[in-house]
Every structure is written in structure tokens, then in C-alpha cells.
Write a protein that binds this ligand. Sequence first.
Ligand code: ATP
Length: 254
Amino acid sequence: MFREAARVSEVASGNNAEAILVNLSSLNFFNNLRADPKNKQFAVIGLGRFGRAVAATLHRQGYDVLCIDSDENKVAQVLADRLATHARQLDSTSPAALKEGGIFEQDTVIVAIGNYVQESIITTLNVKEGGVPHVVAKASSEIHMKLLKKVGADHVVFPEHEMGCTLARSLTRPGILERFELDPENSVVEVLVPESFVGKTIAELRLRSSYGLNVLAVSQDGKFEINPPPSKQLEQGAAIVVIGSNQSIERLPV
Ligand code: ATP
């Protein structure tokens, strides 16, 4: 139910201050993106698996996507697979090539070059210096992430790390279907109704006083009831969306 893109980026060291900074800058990035009504044109630089997935999803949603790669086969493939509106072969480490290719006129540029750190950093720097307002870059390590921020990336994603954290959480708490971390200590989660809660009403469970959690919604068969009344009885197979501290969430029965 939550926007994948808004997932919190944690730093592997678990340094809280750093994690908060990352979260706040992500929040600013998405707020700025939302506040920009003309944000319609996207360019994806780097057509590996990640870049192709980003381009294909944007294109499928009807957005104008310009794809760039230095490898002409990747460019031809993206056009053959109809994943983009336009695709060009160019070396993104060259500011002149980027200008010529029309990259600086895009609203949002995704630098999807994870495995070539030097090229990724130079490209991100070039795109920011060229005046692109929203630049997202993919990192492949923690140091890469820091460098991308230093050269001006507005938002950095580190998919392998983020997916690893998500998987570990799912393995230890399979009942948690979705998690949106508000900050390192507090989250909103969608959790399957635990066995011991089935047949009880929200009032009977006293989630606020016993667990410190507030119920925001109850979902069943893909439909959400927002602000359910205290008399709402929880059924087998339903899920509840709760807000609270991670500590409180961990105390919920499985
Ligand atoms: P994966 O495919 O494993 O998910 P990824 O999405 O991070 O990884 P990379 O292996 O980093 O992808 O490759 C991204 C693409 O970037 C490659 O297709 C490569 O040709 C392209 N690329 C690398 N350097 C440049 C450059 N200077 N200019 C344009 N494209 C480049």
C-alpha cells in the first residue's frame, strides 16, 4: 500500500543520526517532486536491469522517457522492447554529449549506473551542473552513496541494501505485509491479524493502552476501511494498519 519509492534508506552502519539525515533528505526530495507540477519528463542513464525496470515502469504509466547508454546494443534493445519513447547512445561522462542529447532539459534524471562508480559520479555531477532539478542516483555501496550525495544527487537509492533489509524483516516477521518507516524509531505497518486477535473487536484488544499502537485501517480482500470504529471485529485473513514505535510493533503477537 505504501509507495515503494518512499521507503526509508538506512545506512548499513546503523548510525541513527546519519539515517535521520538520509530520511529527511528523501522526504524533501519527494516533497519537491510533488510540488513541481511540470514534472513529466524523465531520462534514465544506464540501461542495466535497474535502469530498464525504471524506464519500463515510467513508460508503461504514460510518461515521456528518454533512455541513454554508451552501449549501442542496450539502446537498440530498449527500443526493440518498447520500453522508452526515445533512446540515444552517448557517453554520459561528457557534459557536451549530455547537452547535445537534451538531458539538461529533463525534469528528472535517474542515473542508473551502479557498477561503474567513476562514471556514475561524473554523470551525476554533470547532470546537476547542467541544471536538472531532480536527480536520482543508484549506489552500489555505502561510500558510493556518500559520494553521490556530495556531488549533488537529490535522492540516492541503494536497492541491494534496501531489499536486503526488507527481506530480513519479512523473514523474522512474516505477518508484516508492508512497512513505512517514519524515522528510525517509528513506523506505520500493515500486519496480518494475529491468531489471538481473531474474533475480537478493536476496543477489546486495547491496542493503544496495551501496545501503544493506533489502528489506522483494517483491510480485507484488498479493501481498506479507514478509521475503523472501536466495535470493528477482526476477522481471520484480515490485516490491520497500525502506527507506533518499532518496539511496540515488535511486541505484537505473531
Ligand atoms: P544491474 O544490471 O546488475 O542491475 P545496474 O543496473 O547498476 O546493474 P550497471 O551494470 O551499472 O547496471 O550498468 C548500467 C549501464 O550503464 C550499462 O548498460 C552501461 O553500458 C552503462 N554505462 C556505463 N558507463 C556509461 C557512460 N559513461 N555513459 C552511458 N552509459 C554508461
